[in-house]
Ligand binder design. Sequence first.
Ligand SMILES: [Zn+2]
Length: 210
Amino acid sequence: MSILKIVQYGDPILREKSKEVIKISKKIKTLINDMLETMYHSNGVGLAAPQVGESLRIFVIDVSDPSGPIDPMVFVNPKIIKKSGAINSYEGCLSFPKAYTVVRRYKNVMVKALDINGRPFVIEAKDGELLARAIQHEFDHLEGHMFIDHCRNKFVANEVLAKYNLPSVQEEYLLEEKELEDEIVAWEKEHPEEIEKFRKEIEELENSKE
Ligand SMILES: [Zn+2]
């Protein structure tokens, strides 16, 4: 196994729509294992094939506690078959070193995919748990989308990107997501204490990075 080079934001491959995997060959299995090794090496929660320069519909995720045993999940040719609800998600990406911002996500998702042996499986992730957000984040990479396209405030996102010497948001890719935004705004109005808690969590995470 080997550690692969992670493509950084600005590379055009991150805007391509990835191709379906026709056969899970030995070469594909090696790529998947290398992606897992690269993800663990970088302390990431997920990694998609375009991020290592392969425009293929594959991503890997591990949302387990970093202090416990690993729990690698492999998704080949994934399809999101159900999505509902809306939440705030504070996200970063291995292709955007250190840059985090608040984005809109669905709360619940159901995804269908093949595992590393080509066996189909269905998985449901609920209540905005890390897995639900990670699946959406990684799936986006296969479509040529990135987390910043879902940002709730492009000015804040641009400030963060500039701080880490990354290119600004690409206006033409910004997603309006009016329904998600309206649902989040309505929820926030009813839960001011949760917003305060979320702000504090972000602040702590930001401070721990310094
Ligand atoms: Zn990413």
